[in-house]
Design a protein around this ligand. Structure first.
Ligand SMILES: Nc1ncnc2c1ncn2[C@@H]1O[C@H](COP(=O)(O)OP(=O)(O)O)[C@@H](O)[C@H]1O
Ligand SMILES: [Mg+2]
Length: 332
Protein backbone atom coordinates (compact mmCIF):
# COMPACT_ATOMS: atom_id res chain seq x y z
CA UNK A 1 0.00 0.00 0.00
CA UNK A 2 1.19 3.49 -0.81
CA UNK A 3 1.18 5.77 2.19
CA UNK A 4 1.72 8.92 0.16
CA UNK A 5 1.76 10.01 -3.47
CA UNK A 6 2.68 13.46 -4.67
CA UNK A 7 1.75 14.10 -8.29
CA UNK A 8 3.07 17.19 -10.02
CA UNK A 9 3.04 19.23 -6.82
CA UNK A 10 4.10 22.87 -7.17
CA UNK A 11 3.91 25.81 -4.82
CA UNK A 12 4.46 29.51 -5.35
CA UNK A 13 4.54 32.30 -2.83
CA UNK A 14 3.50 35.32 -4.91
CA UNK A 15 5.62 35.09 -8.04
CA UNK A 16 8.30 32.88 -6.53
CA UNK A 17 7.98 29.19 -7.26
CA UNK A 18 9.51 27.29 -4.32
CA UNK A 19 8.27 23.74 -5.10
CA UNK A 20 8.57 22.70 -8.73
CA UNK A 21 6.60 19.78 -10.11
CA UNK A 22 7.43 17.20 -7.45
CA UNK A 23 6.43 13.58 -8.11
CA UNK A 24 7.05 11.15 -5.27
CA UNK A 25 5.68 7.90 -3.89
CA UNK A 26 6.26 6.78 -0.30
CA UNK A 27 5.39 3.17 0.51
CA UNK A 28 3.89 1.98 3.79
CA UNK A 29 6.48 1.62 6.54
CA UNK A 30 9.19 3.63 4.81
CA UNK A 31 11.44 6.11 6.58
CA UNK A 32 11.70 8.76 3.89
CA UNK A 33 14.06 11.70 4.48
CA UNK A 34 13.87 14.99 2.55
CA UNK A 35 17.35 16.50 2.58
CA UNK A 36 18.78 19.60 0.95
CA UNK A 37 20.34 22.96 1.74
CA UNK A 38 18.47 25.59 3.74
CA UNK A 39 15.74 27.26 1.68
CA UNK A 40 15.35 24.43 -0.87
CA UNK A 41 11.70 23.88 0.07
CA UNK A 42 11.79 20.93 2.51
CA UNK A 43 9.52 22.48 5.14
CA UNK A 44 7.14 23.82 2.52
CA UNK A 45 6.75 20.37 0.98
CA UNK A 46 6.17 18.80 4.40
CA UNK A 47 3.61 21.48 5.26
CA UNK A 48 1.80 20.81 1.99
CA UNK A 49 1.59 17.11 2.92
CA UNK A 50 0.31 18.10 6.39
CA UNK A 51 -2.26 20.47 4.91
CA UNK A 52 -0.74 23.54 6.58
CA UNK A 53 -0.06 25.00 3.11
CA UNK A 54 -2.11 24.60 -0.06
CA UNK A 55 -0.36 23.34 -3.17
CA UNK A 56 -0.55 25.72 -6.14
CA UNK A 57 -0.79 22.69 -8.45
CA UNK A 58 -0.78 18.91 -8.25
CA UNK A 59 -2.32 16.19 -6.08
CA UNK A 60 -1.57 15.03 -2.55
CA UNK A 61 -2.79 11.45 -2.10
CA UNK A 62 -2.67 9.83 1.35
CA UNK A 63 -3.53 6.16 1.67
CA UNK A 64 -5.22 6.20 -1.74
CA UNK A 65 -7.35 9.30 -1.10
CA UNK A 66 -6.84 12.75 -2.61
CA UNK A 67 -6.30 15.09 0.33
CA UNK A 68 -5.94 18.52 -1.26
CA UNK A 69 -9.22 19.75 0.20
CA UNK A 70 -9.11 17.80 3.47
CA UNK A 71 -8.36 19.76 6.67
CA UNK A 72 -5.05 18.99 8.46
CA UNK A 73 -6.83 17.50 11.49
CA UNK A 74 -8.62 14.99 9.24
CA UNK A 75 -5.47 13.72 7.49
CA UNK A 76 -4.54 11.21 10.23
CA UNK A 77 -0.98 12.39 10.50
CA UNK A 78 1.13 13.84 13.27
CA UNK A 79 3.86 16.42 12.94
CA UNK A 80 6.90 17.04 15.14
CA UNK A 81 8.67 20.38 14.72
CA UNK A 82 12.10 21.76 15.58
CA UNK A 83 10.45 23.92 18.27
CA UNK A 84 8.67 21.56 20.63
CA UNK A 85 5.46 23.60 20.81
CA UNK A 86 4.41 22.05 24.14
CA UNK A 87 1.79 23.71 26.33
CA UNK A 88 3.81 25.23 29.21
CA UNK A 89 0.99 25.06 31.77
CA UNK A 90 0.27 21.35 31.15
CA UNK A 91 2.18 18.40 32.58
CA UNK A 92 3.98 15.94 30.33
CA UNK A 93 1.06 13.53 30.77
CA UNK A 94 -1.52 16.16 29.79
CA UNK A 95 0.56 17.41 26.86
CA UNK A 96 0.77 13.86 25.54
CA UNK A 97 -2.91 13.11 26.06
CA UNK A 98 -4.35 16.39 24.81
CA UNK A 99 -5.13 15.33 21.24
CA UNK A 100 -6.94 12.22 22.47
CA UNK A 101 -8.87 14.26 25.04
CA UNK A 102 -9.93 16.68 22.33
CA UNK A 103 -11.01 13.70 20.24
CA UNK A 104 -13.31 12.65 23.09
CA UNK A 105 -11.45 9.46 24.11
CA UNK A 106 -12.04 7.98 27.56
CA UNK A 107 -9.66 8.67 30.44
CA UNK A 108 -8.64 5.03 30.57
CA UNK A 109 -7.86 5.00 26.87
CA UNK A 110 -5.82 8.20 27.11
CA UNK A 111 -3.88 6.87 30.10
CA UNK A 112 -3.10 3.57 28.38
CA UNK A 113 -1.86 5.32 25.22
CA UNK A 114 0.20 7.90 27.12
CA UNK A 115 1.77 5.29 29.42
CA UNK A 116 2.75 3.14 26.45
CA UNK A 117 4.35 6.07 24.62
CA UNK A 118 6.08 7.17 27.83
CA UNK A 119 7.56 3.70 28.23
CA UNK A 120 8.85 3.65 24.65
CA UNK A 121 10.51 7.03 25.21
CA UNK A 122 11.67 6.50 28.84
CA UNK A 123 9.48 9.40 29.97
CA UNK A 124 7.78 7.49 32.83
CA UNK A 125 9.43 9.36 35.74
CA UNK A 126 8.74 12.74 34.09
CA UNK A 127 5.01 12.44 33.52
CA UNK A 128 4.00 14.95 36.21
CA UNK A 129 6.53 17.61 35.29
CA UNK A 130 5.87 20.71 33.22
CA UNK A 131 7.93 21.54 30.08
CA UNK A 132 9.97 24.21 31.93
CA UNK A 133 11.28 21.45 34.22
CA UNK A 134 12.66 19.38 31.30
CA UNK A 135 15.87 19.49 29.24
CA UNK A 136 15.67 20.18 25.50
CA UNK A 137 16.07 16.50 24.70
CA UNK A 138 13.32 15.52 27.13
CA UNK A 139 10.98 18.14 25.65
CA UNK A 140 11.57 16.80 22.18
CA UNK A 141 10.82 13.26 23.43
CA UNK A 142 7.51 14.56 24.84
CA UNK A 143 6.72 16.14 21.46
CA UNK A 144 7.45 12.79 19.80
CA UNK A 145 5.34 11.02 22.46
CA UNK A 146 2.47 13.36 21.74
CA UNK A 147 2.65 12.28 18.10
CA UNK A 148 2.83 8.56 18.98
CA UNK A 149 -0.30 8.50 21.19
CA UNK A 150 -2.39 9.63 18.24
CA UNK A 151 -1.38 6.52 16.29
CA UNK A 152 -1.21 8.46 13.02
CA UNK A 153 -0.95 6.80 9.61
CA UNK A 154 1.97 9.06 8.83
CA UNK A 155 4.57 10.80 11.01
CA UNK A 156 6.04 14.08 9.74
CA UNK A 157 9.23 15.44 11.35
CA UNK A 158 10.69 18.85 10.52
CA UNK A 159 14.31 19.09 11.74
CA UNK A 160 13.35 17.74 15.18
CA UNK A 161 16.95 17.46 16.41
CA UNK A 162 18.26 20.88 15.36
CA UNK A 163 17.87 22.43 18.80
CA UNK A 164 19.75 19.65 20.59
CA UNK A 165 23.47 19.51 21.36
CA UNK A 166 25.64 17.04 19.43
CA UNK A 167 25.59 14.13 21.89
CA UNK A 168 21.84 14.38 22.43
CA UNK A 169 21.28 14.64 18.70
CA UNK A 170 22.98 11.29 18.19
CA UNK A 171 21.09 9.67 21.09
CA UNK A 172 17.72 10.97 19.91
CA UNK A 173 18.49 9.97 16.32
CA UNK A 174 19.01 6.38 17.47
CA UNK A 175 15.77 6.64 19.48
CA UNK A 176 13.81 7.75 16.42
CA UNK A 177 15.27 4.93 14.33
CA UNK A 178 14.24 2.44 17.02
CA UNK A 179 10.73 3.92 17.17
CA UNK A 180 10.40 3.54 13.44
CA UNK A 181 11.25 -0.16 13.73
CA UNK A 182 8.98 -0.77 16.72
CA UNK A 183 5.97 1.13 15.40
CA UNK A 184 6.40 -0.05 11.82
CA UNK A 185 5.02 3.38 10.92
CA UNK A 186 5.56 5.47 7.81
CA UNK A 187 7.75 8.46 8.55
CA UNK A 188 8.76 11.50 6.53
CA UNK A 189 11.62 13.41 8.03
CA UNK A 190 13.08 16.74 6.93
CA UNK A 191 16.69 17.72 7.62
CA UNK A 192 19.51 19.78 6.11
CA UNK A 193 21.98 17.36 7.72
CA UNK A 194 23.15 14.66 5.36
CA UNK A 195 24.45 12.52 8.25
CA UNK A 196 20.94 12.38 9.72
CA UNK A 197 19.60 11.52 6.29
CA UNK A 198 22.17 8.75 5.76
CA UNK A 199 21.65 7.19 9.20
CA UNK A 200 17.85 7.34 9.44
CA UNK A 201 16.45 6.92 5.96
CA UNK A 202 15.32 3.83 4.16
CA UNK A 203 15.05 6.25 1.22
CA UNK A 204 16.43 9.75 0.73
CA UNK A 205 14.89 12.47 -1.44
CA UNK A 206 17.51 15.11 -2.30
CA UNK A 207 15.95 18.50 -2.98
CA UNK A 208 17.48 21.59 -4.55
CA UNK A 209 15.63 24.82 -5.41
CA UNK A 210 12.27 23.10 -5.02
CA UNK A 211 13.15 20.23 -7.34
CA UNK A 212 13.86 16.57 -6.67
CA UNK A 213 17.47 15.93 -7.69
CA UNK A 214 17.58 12.21 -6.87
CA UNK A 215 15.71 9.60 -4.84
CA UNK A 216 17.35 6.46 -3.51
CA UNK A 217 18.57 4.37 -0.60
CA UNK A 218 21.37 6.09 1.36
CA UNK A 219 24.22 3.95 0.04
CA UNK A 220 22.80 4.08 -3.49
CA UNK A 221 23.07 7.87 -3.42
CA UNK A 222 26.55 7.64 -1.95
CA UNK A 223 27.86 5.08 -4.41
CA UNK A 224 25.85 6.06 -7.47
CA UNK A 225 24.99 9.79 -7.54
CA UNK A 226 23.27 11.10 -10.69
CA UNK A 227 24.89 14.52 -10.66
CA UNK A 228 27.51 16.79 -9.08
CA UNK A 229 25.00 18.28 -6.65
CA UNK A 230 24.04 14.95 -5.07
CA UNK A 231 27.65 13.74 -5.19
CA UNK A 232 28.78 16.85 -3.32
CA UNK A 233 25.89 17.01 -0.87
CA UNK A 234 25.98 13.40 0.36
CA UNK A 235 29.16 12.45 2.18
CA UNK A 236 31.41 14.25 4.64
CA UNK A 237 34.11 15.38 4.04
CA UNK A 238 32.81 16.31 0.63
CA UNK A 239 33.73 14.52 -2.59
CA UNK A 240 36.73 16.04 -4.41
CA UNK A 241 36.03 17.48 -7.85
CA UNK A 242 39.03 17.42 -10.21
CA UNK A 243 39.58 18.77 -13.71
CA UNK A 244 38.99 15.76 -15.95
CA UNK A 245 40.93 17.04 -18.96
CA UNK A 246 44.10 17.58 -16.91
CA UNK A 247 43.97 13.91 -15.93
CA UNK A 248 43.20 12.67 -19.45
CA UNK A 249 39.74 11.57 -18.28
CA UNK A 250 36.43 11.97 -20.12
CA UNK A 251 33.91 14.64 -19.18
CA UNK A 252 34.44 17.98 -17.47
CA UNK A 253 34.79 16.89 -13.86
CA UNK A 254 36.15 13.83 -12.11
CA UNK A 255 34.60 13.17 -8.70
CA UNK A 256 36.52 11.14 -6.13
CA UNK A 257 35.67 10.65 -2.46
CA UNK A 258 38.39 11.44 0.12
CA UNK A 259 38.73 7.74 1.03
CA UNK A 260 39.42 6.91 -2.62
CA UNK A 261 42.19 9.46 -3.16
CA UNK A 262 45.47 7.70 -2.45
CA UNK A 263 48.33 9.68 -0.98
CA UNK A 264 52.06 9.01 -1.24
CA UNK A 265 55.30 10.87 -0.48
CA UNK A 266 57.10 9.22 -3.38
CA UNK A 267 54.97 9.26 -6.51
CA UNK A 268 51.48 9.67 -7.91
CA UNK A 269 49.31 11.46 -10.44
CA UNK A 270 48.79 14.86 -8.79
CA UNK A 271 51.48 16.83 -6.95
CA UNK A 272 50.12 18.85 -4.03
CA UNK A 273 51.24 20.74 -0.91
CA UNK A 274 49.79 19.74 2.44
CA UNK A 275 47.93 22.74 3.91
CA UNK A 276 46.26 21.18 6.95
CA UNK A 277 46.08 17.86 8.81
CA UNK A 278 43.18 16.81 11.04
CA UNK A 279 43.82 13.86 13.34
CA UNK A 280 40.44 12.58 14.50
CA UNK A 281 41.80 9.51 16.28
CA UNK A 282 40.17 6.79 14.22
CA UNK A 283 41.02 8.58 10.99
CA UNK A 284 43.24 11.32 9.63
CA UNK A 285 42.16 13.93 7.08
CA UNK A 286 44.93 15.44 4.98
CA UNK A 287 44.14 18.61 3.03
CA UNK A 288 46.52 19.41 0.18
CA UNK A 289 46.54 22.07 -2.54
CA UNK A 290 47.26 21.29 -6.18
CA UNK A 291 47.98 24.11 -8.66
CA UNK A 292 45.68 22.49 -11.20
CA UNK A 293 42.81 21.11 -9.10
CA UNK A 294 42.72 23.32 -6.00
CA UNK A 295 42.24 22.05 -2.46
CA UNK A 296 41.86 18.26 -2.18
CA UNK A 297 40.97 16.08 0.79
CA UNK A 298 42.16 12.58 1.53
CA UNK A 299 40.90 10.40 4.34
CA UNK A 300 43.19 7.81 5.89
CA UNK A 301 42.51 5.15 8.44
CA UNK A 302 44.03 5.64 11.90
CA UNK A 303 46.78 8.09 12.86
CA UNK A 304 48.99 9.23 9.98
CA UNK A 305 51.99 11.53 10.11
CA UNK A 306 51.74 14.07 7.36
CA UNK A 307 52.96 17.60 8.03
CA UNK A 308 51.89 20.99 6.72
CA UNK A 309 53.94 22.21 3.71
CA UNK A 310 55.31 18.83 2.67
CA UNK A 311 54.83 17.74 -0.94
CA UNK A 312 52.58 14.73 -1.54
CA UNK A 313 51.32 12.86 -4.61
CA UNK A 314 47.63 12.06 -4.92
CA UNK A 315 46.10 9.37 -7.13
CA UNK A 316 42.36 8.72 -7.59
CA UNK A 317 41.40 5.03 -7.39
CA UNK A 318 40.23 4.65 -10.99
CA UNK A 319 37.40 2.22 -10.24
CA UNK A 320 35.89 4.61 -7.68
CA UNK A 321 35.96 7.79 -9.80
CA UNK A 322 32.79 9.47 -11.14
CA UNK A 323 32.69 11.39 -14.43
CA UNK A 324 30.44 14.41 -14.85
CA UNK A 325 29.69 16.53 -17.95
CA UNK A 326 29.76 20.33 -18.20
CA UNK A 327 26.16 20.51 -16.84
CA UNK A 328 27.14 18.41 -13.82
CA UNK A 329 25.28 15.30 -15.01
CA UNK A 330 26.90 11.95 -14.45
CA UNK A 331 28.47 10.22 -17.47
CA UNK A 332 28.02 6.49 -17.10
N1 LIG B 1 5.10 31.89 3.87
C1 LIG B 1 6.07 32.16 2.98
N2 LIG B 1 6.01 33.25 2.20
C2 LIG B 1 6.96 33.52 1.28
N3 LIG B 1 8.04 32.75 1.05
C3 LIG B 1 8.17 31.65 1.81
C4 LIG B 1 7.20 31.29 2.81
N4 LIG B 1 7.60 30.13 3.38
C5 LIG B 1 8.77 29.79 2.78
N5 LIG B 1 9.10 30.69 1.84
C6 LIG B 1 10.29 30.62 0.96
O1 LIG B 1 10.25 29.38 0.31
C7 LIG B 1 11.54 28.83 0.18
C8 LIG B 1 11.59 27.46 0.81
O2 LIG B 1 11.44 27.60 2.20
P1 LIG B 1 11.42 26.35 3.18
O3 LIG B 1 10.46 25.35 2.67
O4 LIG B 1 11.20 26.87 4.55
O5 LIG B 1 12.92 25.79 3.02
P2 LIG B 1 13.74 24.73 3.90
O6 LIG B 1 12.79 24.14 4.89
O7 LIG B 1 14.27 23.75 2.91
O8 LIG B 1 14.85 25.50 4.54
C9 LIG B 1 12.49 29.83 0.82
O9 LIG B 1 13.05 30.62 -0.19
C10 LIG B 1 11.59 30.62 1.72
O10 LIG B 1 12.08 31.92 1.90
MG1 LIG C 1 12.83 24.14 6.99
Amino acid sequence: MRALELKGVSKSFGKTEVIRNVDLTVEDGEFCVFVGPSGCGKSTLLRIIAGLEDASAGDIVLDGQRMNDVAPAKRELAMVFQSYALYPHLTVRDNMGLALKQAGKSRAEIKAASDKAAEMLSLGPLMDRRPAELSGGQRQRVAIGRAIVRRPKLFLFDEPLSNLDAALRVATRIEIARLHRELGATMIYVTHDQVEAMTLATRIVVLRDGRVEQVGAPMALYNDPDNVFVAGFIGSPQMNFLKAAALGERGQTLGIRPEHLEISRQSGQIAAQVTHVEKLGGETLVYARSDVHGLLTTRLFGEQDFAVDETVYLTPVAARAFHFDAEGQRLR
